[in-house]
Design a protein around this ligand. Structure first.
Ligand code: FAD
Length: 468
């Protein structure tokens, strides 16, 4: 069989690239080694985590957020099996949606492990060992990423007691004690799920703050809020051992600044110290495809590897490991393969942490602007001064906007607060169009909405806020 494009991997990068290429008239096949399409994101990542984040938040709200609104209800009872069934049903409807879109766009799907034999040739090995060889003009590597482990520490993940995010999404009971190694997005989201359901959660982080790359104001405020919710946060702590015990597991860490080692016991330990590009068994060495010093497939601005006809996108290449970044690369590459001019604006890729409150950010942080020597101005507005936030009892957090001091062009936006993950997009669109804080501050916003805080933060950037 012969194709214009064969995509290896059906995550947000791969499946979106395949659909767009087919829409543009190319003959496309996708190879996926999981039983279902959708990659990490739909099967064991974004989608199941958000199903559990939502359900656990509802549980927590029913237990703690109703009385103050004048709604007196009995303490809610957790049915974890049913909550997990909700998560499974959510995954199923999403992965089936991808299968449907493949059929609709006449994309051939192959379940099996894809291997690049040479430029233009890919083999697919099915689970029963049957091998098929396919020919193609272009190969797209979209094989994503896998759990990275703790640098320098030998950890055996059994997905029961010592778990990765995949195991943490499938626990059959609420742990009494959960230790989260790594205070990044995935650890904090999944830690929040089990905290809300009743676990005592301890987060151990090497850096001096949670959410490493975020604006320092944001991560400081976030850390205060999450600690208030009951999460035990240990920063500047270097984990040196994770071992199984008779009753669970123990984690040892040493304070980064020196001092005695501390050992904690827990019934479950989540290792969430990051992810690494996944290229195992792909035949890259044989095909001569170069990797960079972090094991990522090396590409140029057009997603081209060093071998003609072989391209790569998503978590397996440089850039933030985010589903929407992979998707945008998928679209851009499909356009390039169809003879158009696809491109991704890496300066305007939002990032969201789906905790409660949410954290959302786009563009530069204040620290990045300082480091780059760019003169900037800051506008900030707290949700305590927003009418809708008061009405909904969600006054934690703020909006922060960073704009160029001379031109007023918005360079970054950061929000901590209820619904931050939705509100960030008005700053994202503004930035994509090169807008200024005055453009945003003079745009009429419906009242009363949380988004008025975004407008007020913009007003504070170029003039003065009204409600503060
Ligand atoms: C718990 C968790 C929560 C997350 N939440 C979010 C979120 O809320 N928002 C967000 O933007 N991102 C989130 N992410 C990150 C997101 O999942 C990734 O950025 C995204 O999935 C990357 O897409 P991709 O297409 O590059 O690769 P993937 O989604 O990893 O897909 C790659 C696919 O390739 C397949 N594959 C690999 N090798 C082969 C081979 N040789 N042959 C055939 N198939 C192969 C794999 O089986 C996999 O299905 C989360 C990740 C995790 C783990």
């Amino acid at each position: 069989m012969s194709y214009d494009v064969i995509v290896i991997g059906s995550g947000p990068g791969g499946y979106v690239c395949a659909i767009k290429a087919a829409q543009l008239g190319l003959k496309v096949a996708v190879i996926e080694k999981r039983a279902t399409y959708g990659g990490t994101c739909l099967n064991v990542g974004c989608i199941p985590s958000k199903a559990l984040l939502h359900a656990s938040e509802m549980f927590h709200h029913a237990a703690h957020g109703m009385d103050s609104l004048g709604i007196e209800i009995a303490a809610p009872k957790l049915n974890l099996e049913k909550m997990m069934a909700h998560k499974e049903a959510t995954i199923k409807s999403n992965v089936e949606g991808v299968s449907f879109l493949f059929k609709k766009n006449k994309i051939d799907g192959f379940i099996g492990t894809g291997k690049i034999v040479a430029a233009g040739k890919v083999s697919v090995t099915a689970e029963d060992g049957k091998v098929q060889e396919l020919e193609t003009k272009n190969i797209v590597i979209a094989t994503g990423s896998d759990v990275a482990g703790i640098p320098g520490v030998n950890v055996e993940i059994d997905e029961k007691v010592i778990v990765s995010s995949t195991g943490a999404l499938e626990l059959d009971k609420v742990p009494q004690n959960l230790i989260v190694v790594g205070g990044g997005v995935i650890g904090l989201e999944l830690g929040s799920v089990w905290l809300r359901l009743g676990a005592k959660v301890t987060v151990i982080e090497y850096l001096d703050k949670l959410l490493g790359g975020m604006d320092a104001d944001v991560s400081k405020q976030f850390q205060r809020m999450i600690a208030k919710q009951g999460m035990d946060i240990r920063t500047e702590a270097k984990v040196t051992a994770v071992e199984k015990t008779e009753t669970g597991a123990k984690v040892t860490y040493e304070p980064v600044k020196g001092g005695d080692a501390v050992t904690f016991e827990a019934d479950v330990v989540l290792i969430s110290t990051g992810r690494k590009p996944y290229t195992e068994g792909l035949g890259l060495e044989g095909a001569g495809v170069a990797l960079d010093n972090r094991g990522r497939v090396e590409i140029d601005h057009g997603f081209k590897t060093n071998v003609a006809g072989i391209y790569a996108i998503g978590d397996v290449v440089k850039g933030p490991m985010l589903a929407h970044k992979a998707e945008d690369e998928g679209v851009a590459l499909a356009e390039i393969l169809a003879g158009q001019h696809g491109h991704v604006n890496y300066d305007v890729i939002p990032g969201v942490v789906y905790t409660q409150p949410e954290v959302a950010s786009v563009g530069k942080t204040e620290e990045e602007l300082k480091a780059a020597g760019i003169a900037y101005k800051v506008g900030k507005f707290p949700f305590t001064a927003n009418g809708r936030a008061r009405a909904m009892q969600v006054t934690d957090g703020f909006v922060k906007i960073l704009a160029d001091k001379e031109t007023d062009r918005v360079l970054g936006g950061h929000i901590v607060g209820f619904g931050a993950g939705e509100m960030i997009h008005e700053i994202t669109v503004l930035m994509e169009f090169g807008g200024s804080s005055e453009d945003l501050g003079r745009t009429c916003h419906a009242h009363p909405t949380m988004s008025e805080a975004v407008k007020e933060a913009a007003l504070s950037t170029f003039a003065k806020p009204i409600h503060m």
